[in-house]
Design a protein around this ligand. Structure first.
Ligand code: CUO
Length: 682
C-alpha cells in the first residue's frame, strides 16, 4: 500500500508533469501508457533523467482508466469556475471518479494520469474535495491554495522577480520579495480605500476554502448535503457583507449599494492586475459603467439571457411573499420558521440539494457568471471570465459585495416575515449579564489596529524554475490581541450552563447619524461564541480574542505543508484539514480610524439547554465553527445563525432591545498607520 501522503505531491508545482520531481525528493514512476503522447517517445529518457536525482521513486499502479471524457473537455489552459454550470458538471464527475477509487493506490494512479492532462485548477479542486471527503484520506492536510496557485492572489510582478531570485540566488541567501500594497488602482479611486480588505490573501483563501468544504455537485449526496448548509451559505455571506460594510464606514465610504437592477450599468470598474500562470493571460478587467448582457458562449456551453435572472429573482420574491416554494411536482412546500432559511439558501446556491432547480434556477451563481463575462458575453474577443467567476478571486472586486448585498437582501425579506423574538426566546431567567468590556493593549474598551507584514511561500507554485524556498512578503491589517471581560450573575440558586454570544456593530451611519436599530442589527459582526459554566452567584468571564469561534489562527490561513502538527493520520492532524476554512484572524476587527471609530460591543448569555446540539466533538476541528460548521457533524448551535439579530425587532434602539441576560459597551477602534513585522506585538 503506498503512503497516502504521496497524494499531496500532486499539489506541488501544478503544471510540471508528475514524472518530474515532486515535493522535496520524489518522482512518480509511471507505466508507459500513462505518458501523454508528446512525451511517449522519450518516456524512458524522461524516467531516467528525473529518476536519477530523486531519492524516492513512487511506483504507480497501471489501472484500467475510467471514462474521463467529460472532465477532459475543459481545455488545459482555461480558467475553471464553480459558478459555470458546465464546469460544475465536469468537476462533479471528476470528484465522483476520485471518490470511487478503491484505495489510495488506485487514487494515486488516476491522479498521476490526470495531473498531466487535465486543467490544473479543476484537478486541484477535485482532488482537494476528494481528500477532504474520502475515509482513507481524512487527516491529510491539503496545502494552502495560495502556495499551489499564488498567481490567483498576488501581483504578477512578484513571479518575475521570484524566478530571477530562484535562478540566481542560492537557497538560504534569498530575501523575501515585497508585494506592494494597494497596487490595483490609484488612491484617488475611493474604492481603493478598502482594497486592503478586498485583496487580502487570507480573506480570499477563506472564501475559496469555504466553497471547497461545501461543493455544489457530486454523485454522493452526503458530500453536498451537510447540516444546515443552505443556512450557512446565507449566514457566512451575510457576515461578509456586515464586515465589509463596517470596513467601508471606517473609511468614509457608504455601505455597499445592492446590485439589483440588472439593466443598469455597474459603476465600479475593476482591473485585477493578476495573471494566470496556467493560461499565460492577464485576468480581464471590467470597465466602469459596464452593463451585463445576454451571454452566448458556445465554448462554455452557456446561453442565457439577462431576463432569465429576472425571472428567477421574481420566483424567489414570490416564494417569500407566499412563504412557500413550488416543488417539481407542482405542489407547494411552506417556508417555516425553522428550516425556511435553509431551504432558501439551498435554492439560492443551486446545489444538487436545491428542492427545485428547474424552477428557481441558478440565480446566485449566474449572477457571478453574467458579471464575470460582461466584457465579452459572446466570446467574440476570445476572453475568459473576470475575477467574479472564481471563488478564489471574486472577493477582490467591489461588485462582489454589491451582488451579495442583493442576495442577502432577498434572504432578509424572508427573515422580515418572521415574528420578532418574544422576550422569552431571548431571556435566560435567573441570569444577568452585568457588564461586557474589552481589556485592550491601550486600555479599557479600546481596540487597536495597524499594518503587519508576513510572508508566504512561493516555491511550490513556481513551475519550471529551480527549486527551493522563495518567500513573498505582503502587508495586511492586524489588531492587537485583547480579552473580553464579561460579568455574569446567576441568581437561580443552582449551577447553569450558558452560551456567550459576542457581537460588534457600528454606531453611526455614513452621514454621521445614529444608525437605526434595524440597520445596526444587520451590521452586527459575530466575534465569538462559546459555552460557559455559570455557577450560582457572580463570576467574571475572561476570554481571549485569539480563541474566537469565527476565526482560524494566522498560521492556519497561511500554513506551510512542511510545518504541520503530527503525522498524517494522527488525531492531531485529522483535526487540521477541515480547518483551512475560517475567517482569517488578522481580519477579526475592522480597521477603525485614527481618532477611534465608535462601535458597540454586545454580549448575551443564552440558555445552553436551548442551544446545545448533542454530539460527540472529539477529533473534529471545531474552532471556526460559526462560519464553517464542523466536519461530519451538525452545526453546533441549535439557534438560527446570527441569533439574536437574525430577525427584525420592534425595539427602537439597542438599549431597548436588551433583556437582563444581555449587555452592551461603547468601544472604539483606533488605527495606527504603522507597519510591523509579524512576530512583533505592538
Ligand atoms: Cu461565495 Cu457568491 O458565493 O461567492
Amino acid at each position: 500500500m503506498s503512503d497516502r501522503k504521496n497524494l499531496l505531491l500532486f499539489f506541488d508545482r501544478p503544471t510540471e508533469p508528475c514524472f518530474m520531481q515532486k515535493g522535496d525528493d520524489a518522482i512518480f514512476q509511471l507505466p508507459d501508457n500513462f505518458y501523454p503522447d508528446k512525451y511517449k517517445t522519450v518516456s524512458n529518457t524522461l524516467a531516467n533523467r528525473f529518476g536519477e536525482n530523486a531519492q524516492r521513486s513512487i511506483p504507480v499502479r497501471n489501472i484500467a482508466l475510467p471514462d474521463l471524457s467529460l472532465p477532459m473537455q475543459l481545455p488545459y489552459n482555461d480558467q475553471f469556475s464553480l459558478f459555470v454550470p458546465k464546469h460544475r458538471k465536469m468537476a462533479g464527475k471528476l470528484i465522483d471518479i476520485f471518490m470511487g477509487m478503491r484505495d489510495v493506490d488506485d487514487l494515486q494512479s488516476i491522479c498521476s494520469y490526470c495531473q498531466m492532462r487535465m486543467n490544473p485548477y479543476m484537478f486541484n479542486y477535485c482532488l482537494s474535495v476528494a481528500i477532504l471527503h474520502r475515509e482513507d484520506t481524512k487527516g491529510l492536510n491539503i496545502p494552502t491554495f495560495a502556495e499551489s496557485f499564488p498567481d490567483k492572489f498576488m501581483d504578477p510582478k512578484v513571479f518575475r522577480r521570484a524566478r530571477e531570485v530562484s535562478t540566481v540566488v542560492p537557497v538560504g541567501n534569498r530575501l523575501p520579495i515585497n508585494i506592494p500594497q494597494n497596487y490595483t488602482a490609484a488612491d484617488s479611486n475611493p474604492e481603493q480605500r478598502v482594497a486592503y480588505f478586498r485583496e487580502d490573501i487570507g480573506l480570499n483563501l477563506h472564501h475559496w476554502h469555504w466553497h471547497l468544504v461545501y461543493p455544489f455537485d457530486a454523485a454522493d449526496r452526503a458530500i453536498v448535503n451537510k447540516d444546515r448548509r443552505g443556512e450557512l451559505f446565507y449566514y457566512m455571506h451575510q457576515q461578509i457583507i456586515a464586515r465589509y460594510s463596517t470596513e467601508r464606514l471606517c473609511n468614509n465610504l457608504g455601505r455597499p449599494r445592492r446590485y439589483n437592477d440588472f439593466r443598469s450599468p455597474i459603476e465600479e470598474g475593476y482591473f485585477p492586475k493578476l495573471d494566470s500562470q496556467v493560461a499565460s493571460r492577464a485576468w480581464p478587467p471590467r470597465f466602469a459603467g459596464s452593463t451585463i448582457r445576454d451571454i452566448d458562449r458556445p465554448v462554455d456551453q452557456i446561453k442565457s439571457d439577462v431576463s432569465q435572472l429576472e425571472i428567477w429573482r421574481d420566483r424567489f420574491l414570490k416564494a417569500i411573499e407566499d412563504m412557500a416554494i413550488v416543488l417539481p411536482n407542482g405542489r407547494t412546500m411552506p417556508l417555516d420558521e425553522e428550516t425556511g432559511i435553509d431551504v432558501l439558501g439551498n435554492l439560492m446556491e443551486s446545489s444538487i440539494i436545491s428542492r427545485n432547480r428547474g424552477y428557481y434556477g441558478d440565480l446566485h451563481n449566474m449572477g457571478h457568471v453574467f458579471i464575470s463575462y460582461s466584457h465579452d458575453p459572446d466570446h467574440r474577443n476570445l476572453e475568459q471570465f473576470g475575477v467574479m467567476g472564481d471563488s478564489a478571486t471574486a472577493m477582490r472586486d467591489p461588485v462582489f459585495y454589491r451582488w451579495h448585498s442583493y442576495i442577502d437582501d432577498i434572504f432578509q425579506l424572508y427573515k422580515n416575515k418572521l415574528p420578532p423574538y418574544p422576550a422569552e426566546r431571548l431571556d435566560f431567567p435567573g441570569v444577568r449579564v452585568t457588564s461586557i468590556g474589552i481589556e485592550g493593549a491601550s486600555g479599557a474598551n479600546i481596540l487597536t489596529t495597524q499594518w503587519e507584514q508576513s510572508t508566504v511561500e512561493l516555491g511550490r507554485g513556481l513551475d519550471f524554475t529551480p527549486r527551493g524556498s522563495v518567500l513573498a512578503r505582503f502587508t495586511h491589517l492586524q489588531h492587537d490581541e485583547f480579552n473580553y471581560v464579561c460579568t455574569v450573575t446567576n441568581s437561580s440558586g443552582s449551577d447553569l450552563m450558558g452560551t456567550v454570544r459576542i457581537f460588534m456593530a457600528p454606531v453611526l451611519d455614513e452621514g454621521g447619524r445614529q444608525l437605526s436599530f434595524d440597520d445596526q442589527r444587520r451590521l452586527m459582526i459575530e466575534l465569538d461564541k462559546f459555552t460557559e459554566q455559570l455557577p450560582a452567584g457572580s463570576r467574571t468571564i475572561r476570554r481571549r480574542s485569539l480563541d474566537s469561534s469565527v476565526t482560524i489562527p494566522y498560521e492556519r490561513t497561511f500554513r506551510n505543508q512542511n510545518t504541520r502538527p503530527g503525522d498524517p493520520g494522527s488525531a492531531e492532524a485529522a483535526e487540521f484539514d477541515f480547518c483551512g476554512c475560517g475567517w482569517p484572524h488578522h481580519l477579526l476587527i475592522p480597521k477603525g480610524t485614527d481618532n477611534g471609530y465608535p462601535v458597540v460591543l454586545f454580549a448575551m448569555v443564552s440558555n445552553w439547554n436551548d442551544d446545545r446540539v448533542i454530539q460527540d466533538l472529539v477529533g473534529s476541528c471545531n474552532d471556526a465553527a460559526s462560519y464553517c460548521g464542523i466536519r461530519d457533524r451538525k452545526y453546533p448551535d441549535r439557534r438560527a445563525m446570527g441569533y439574536p439579530f437574525d430577525r427584525p425587532s420592534q425595539a427602537s434602539s439597542i438599549n431597548d432591545f436588551l433583556t437582563p441576560n444581555m449587555a452592551i459597551q461603547e468601544c472604539s477602534i483606533r488605527f495606527t498607520n504603522a507597519t510591523r513585522q509579524r512576530g512583533q506585538q505592538g
